[in-house]
Design a binder for this molecule. Structure first.
Ligand SMILES: Nc1ncnc2c1ncn2[C@@H]1O[C@H](COP(=O)(O)OP(=O)(O)OP(=O)(O)O)[C@@H](O)[C@H]1O
Length: 473
């Protein structure tokens, strides 16, 4: 018996999409989401698809109904013809939300399924997996849905292995009552994680009460957390429950726990040890049953060493740790998230976007994302608001990004007044290119030379020449 190499593609997929750059992005994200298990070919319209189908056998055909007009006037006639040619391949019609009748017509003409644009790689891969399974082709194509991992989970979007690990941890610890300690840079989804833990656990029918320890003034924090008795201080006209009591039976989420005042940390520790609290200005104690989740974007060990965080409290809270990886460490999630936010904000703004051009996708994928998912989300939202629709191109990205001074290197704004550009002599332009390259490698001439594909000695020689030219001019 011959062993099949698992890293080899096991089937062929034909993507018919009239918009070439968009098709390339879809093919790339879909290919990644299918784990490289399918060889993907792209046809720019119905006619090209016919040629490819005549030459090659495909297992799956994904056809955008809006680009088949070069084959037949009616999309259902085109689908019927392609289905015949595809000879048993699974046929998925892609329609935009507005043309439900076209999707129905495609199904009548022999399509096995239809999906609505915009196409999202992981969701599409999961759909293909289900379809293959339903038609008994899952095993031969090696794309059973369970082999895919999850592309979303309880409010999270992301199919990377780092996020699979996070989903698994949440699933495992959600049922416990022990405290969870979430760490991760700002914008990595610590709030999303707290909500997922609550929703996936047995306390979901009770409240999740969140309190941000950095946002509440120090002298109000105790009453916000533990409540207040009437007359405890000027302005305390009524008895009031704090976050802990409000969360009774549910979950108390202490966000930015690293910012909590030291004296309140002792009271929190006592609450965790005894399960009882006293409202400010009250002498009796109350029993409260909460599951505590806390989060910080600081390094807790450093806070402890700086004596800003009590070590005993840390070990009380740090029972079930979950770390959320920064976005730059899971680049395969970037376009998945970008497509998700694009679809979401486009729907909110009643606009139609098809995706991102490959150069935009590659820039987004390699960006540093210091603000993590929040930064990406804000950028996509700004793009949707600023642009009319279609595919997000590099000029659109640059225009939207200048506002945020973020992902793309800011470029000079276009001058309003038409002016003849100042042309510098060739040696000065060359000098600028080379010096910029050296600066971007932190002054390392060898690295800059390698990037410019010249030798370091050329740079040294040119520098000497520039010094002489400058002295002469
Ligand atoms: N994996 C994800 N999928 C979808 N949305 C996400 C994901 N991670 C974060 N977000 C979104 O990004 C934004 C920031 O997330 P969140 O507030 O949970 O981050 P955080 O780590 O708590 O940040 P901070 O430390 O600044 O409070 C939110 O709008 C959230 O919905």
């Amino acid at each position: 018996m011959q062993n099949r190499n698992d890293s080899e593609p096991h089937g062929r997929l034909l993507l018919i999409d009239g918009d070439e750059p968009h098709a390339q992005v879809v093919a790339e994200t879909l290919g990644q989401s299918l784990g490289g298990r399918m060889r993907i070919a792209v046809a720019a319209g119905g006619r090209q698809a016919v040629e490819l189908l005549r030459d090659t056998g495909f297992d799956i055909v994904l056809a955008d109904l809006s680009c088949l007009r070069d084959l037949c006037e009616r999309s259902d006639d085109a689908v019927a013809r392609l289905v015949r040619l595809a000879d048993g391949a699974l046929f998925v019609a892609v329609s935009d939300g507005a043309s439900v009748s076209a999707a129905v017509g495609a199904m009548r003409a022999g399509a096995h399924d239809y999906v609505v644009k915009p196409l999202n790689g992981p969701a599409m891969a999961a759909r293909i997996g289900e379809l293959a399974q339903r038609h008994g082709k899952g095993r031969s194509l090696s794309i059973e849905p369970q082999a895919q991992g999850r592309s979303d989970y309880a409010g999270f979007i992301g199919a990377s292995s780092a996020m699979q690990f996070v989903y698994e941890q949440i699933g495992r610890v959600a049922t416990s009552s022990a405290p969870v300690f979430i760490t991760g840079e700002s914008g990595t989804g610590k709030d999303v994680c707290a909500e997922a833990l609550h929703e996936e656990g047995p306390r979901r029918d009770k409240r999740l009460v969140a309190i941000n320890c950095a946002a509440i003034p120090r002298d109000l924090m105790e009453s916000e957390l533990f409540g207040v008795a009437r007359g405890a201080f000027t302005g305390a006209h009524d008895d009031r429950k704090g976050a802990a009591e409000l969360a009774d039976g549910g979950t108390l989420f202490l966000d930015e726990i690293g910012e909590m005042d030291l004296s309140l940390q002792s009271k929190l520790l006592r609450f965790l040890q005894t399960g009882t609290l006293s409202r400010v200005g009250e002498s009796g104690v109350r029993h409260v049953d909460v599951r505590v989740i806390c989060a910080t974007n600081r390094n807790p060990m450093q806070l402890i060493s700086e004596k800003k965080f009590r070590e005993d409290l840390f070990y009380r809270l740090h029972v079930l740790p979950i770390h959320l990886p920064p976005l730059r460490q899971r680049p395969t999630d970037i376009m998945v998230l970008a497509q998700h936010f694009l679809a979401r904000y486009a729907a909110e703004e009643h606009k139609h976007f098809t995706g991102f051009t490959p150069d935009v996708a590659s820039l987004l994928t390699s960006a540093e994302w210091k603000g993590n998912v929040r930064q990406l989300q804000n950028l996509v939202r700004r793009l949707v608001v600023m642009c009319d629709g279609g595919t997000i191109t590099m000029p659109m990205l640059v225009a939207a990004d200048i506002e945020s001074r973020g992902v793309v290197t800011p470029v000079e704004p276009t001058p309003r007044v038409e002016r003849r550009p100042v042309i510098l002599p060739m040696w000065q332009q060359e000098q600028r290119i080379i010096e910029d390259a050296i600066a971007s490698f932190g002054g390392n001439v060898s690295l800059a030379a390698a990037a410019l594909e010249i030798s370091p000695s050329t740079i040294y020689r040119k520098r000497q020449g520039w010094a002489e030219m400058a002295a002469a001019s």
